[in-house]
Structure formats: structure tokens, C-alpha cells
Design a protein around this ligand. Sequence first.
Ligand code: NAD
Length: 266
Amino acid sequence: MNNHNLFDLTDRIAIITGGGGLLASEHAIALNSFGAKVILTDNNIEKCNSAIAYLKDNNVAAIARFCDVTSKDSWEKLLDEVIKEYGKIDILINNAGFTNQSKSKNFDASFEDFPLEDWNAIMDVNLTGTFLGCQTIGKQMLLQGKGSIINISSLYGVVSPNHKIYPGTGIFQPVAYSVSKHGVISLTKYLATLWAEKGIKVNSITPGGIFNGHEGLFLERFKQLNPIGRMSEKTELQGAIVYLASDASSYVIGHNLIVDGGWTAW
Ligand SMILES: NC(=O)c1ccc[n+]([C@@H]2O[C@H](COP(=O)([O-])OP(=O)(O)OC[C@H]3O[C@@H](n4cnc5c(N)ncnc54)[C@H](O)[C@@H]3O)[C@@H](O)[C@H]2O)c1
């Protein structure tokens, strides 16, 4: 193989969940610019359609499909639609999540009063949704004998949130978010080792804090605590996405690629 083609994704078919959120469009731009055809999915189809319009403005062609990641039926329906249309699935990015932007009902509750309802809701989307995606789309990849699954974890799936930076900022990091994201890394390793010999690569990416208009106390504290001295731009995961999606990472199995500006390095 010519080394310049290591990252080539021409005609690879990619599904991205949580398509209406902050980061999915950036994953789509990354994959599409190396040749992949992208299907953006979300349970909020209006948000997903807005993302498609944003991508179109950036000369990226992608299509929107409904998928509620917490529903096995929804995943099966998506699988059917994509297989009818494209005949295969090469890349799955399990990116949907309840986050500070897409909150569960009581996302901001303290640990002591954290409702079971929110614990379950966050686990359902962040962890069970990733499990169902791996199961449904992974089964198709096994038939093909090839595929790459990228599960999006978080800084707080590797280390605990630093509880001292949040008071007074209006930002919260609930227990279920951290626990679910630790689970995503564990699920990734379990599957990566189960399917390594079958041609399916399963890896995860751990993004650090992505800048989304943050200001004031939170931003100042975050910058102080991060070796690189700033938050991540939303475009700064693109290299990691292309690397893990492409054959450049053909021997990378069960890896958690941390893209955090050094947060976990000291
Ligand atoms: N933004 C960050 O700073 C950051 C940092 C670390 C990790 N991450 C992770 O990256 C991923 C993307 O983050 P983001 O900032 O784009 O989040 P976001 O909140 O902007 O978008 C999440 C998307 O997931 C969708 N979603 C929620 N429930 C769903 C369901 N049941 N089925 C399908 N879709 C559903 C929402 O509608 C939303 O469009 C998340 O998994 C998040 O935990 C983000």
C-alpha cells in the first residue's frame, strides 16, 4: 500500500449517532473529506437535519436517519435501511450522549439527591446505546469480515471530574455520566478482544473539554488545570476519527485514544 493512501476512506459507509450535536458534524467532515459516505442519525431528527444543512454549506454530503440508540428496534430499522441503500457498513461512531448540552431531566442534581430516573436515562443513552449499536451494526460487520467501531468516551471515563472546578459555574458533571463513560471504555476492550481476529476493530476516543462558548470562572479554572492551557476546538478530534476509522490503524485494537490537551498526563 502506498503510505499516502493509508487514511483513504473512499466509498466507506459510515454511521454516526448523536448526529444533531456539537461534535457529530465534525466527525462527518473528517470522514467525508477522506472519501466516506456519511449517515448522521439522531432521535431528534430536526437537529439532525440542521446538521445536514450545516454540512451542505461546508460542501459535505451526508444523509439524516432517525435512530434512538436506546431502542434495539430502532437500530434494526436503521440497519435495514442502510443495507438496502448501500449494501454494507464500514464505520460506526457511537457518539450519542446525554451531555451538558443534551441533558437528562435532572442532570444538574447533586450526587446525594441524584434521581434513579436520571441515572437510568444517562446509562441508557451513553452505555446501553453504545452496547446496542455495537451489537446490531457489529453483527453486520462480522458478516462482512471487516469494520471499524469507534466509541466516544470522555475525559471523565478515564479520571473523575475535578469536583473543585464546577461550583459557581452553572456546569455539572453527574455521577452517571462518569460511570457510563468508564463503561464505554470497558465495553470497547471487551469487544475489541472478542472480534480482533474477525476483522472488526473496536476502539474508543476520549475527548477532553470542547470549547462551546464557555466563559468566566469555569474557563479560567479549566485553562489553569490543563497542560495545553486551553479547551479543545471542536475540530480537534478529526485526526483521531480518521486514524481509527481508516486502515492506518489496522493493528490498533481496544485502544482508548485520549485527545485531552494533557489533562490526564499530570
Ligand atoms: N462536548 C464535549 O466537551 C465532550 C467532551 C467529552 C466527551 N464528549 C462526548 O462526545 C459525544 C458527543 O458530544 P457532543 O458535545 O456533540 O454532545 P451533544 O449533547 O451536543 O450531542 C449529543 C446528541 O446525542 C443525541 N441523543 C441524545 N439521546 C439520544 C438517543 N436516545 N438516541 C440518539 N441520539 C440521542 C442528542 O439529540 C444530541 O444531538 C458524547 O458522547 C459526549 O459525551 C463530549
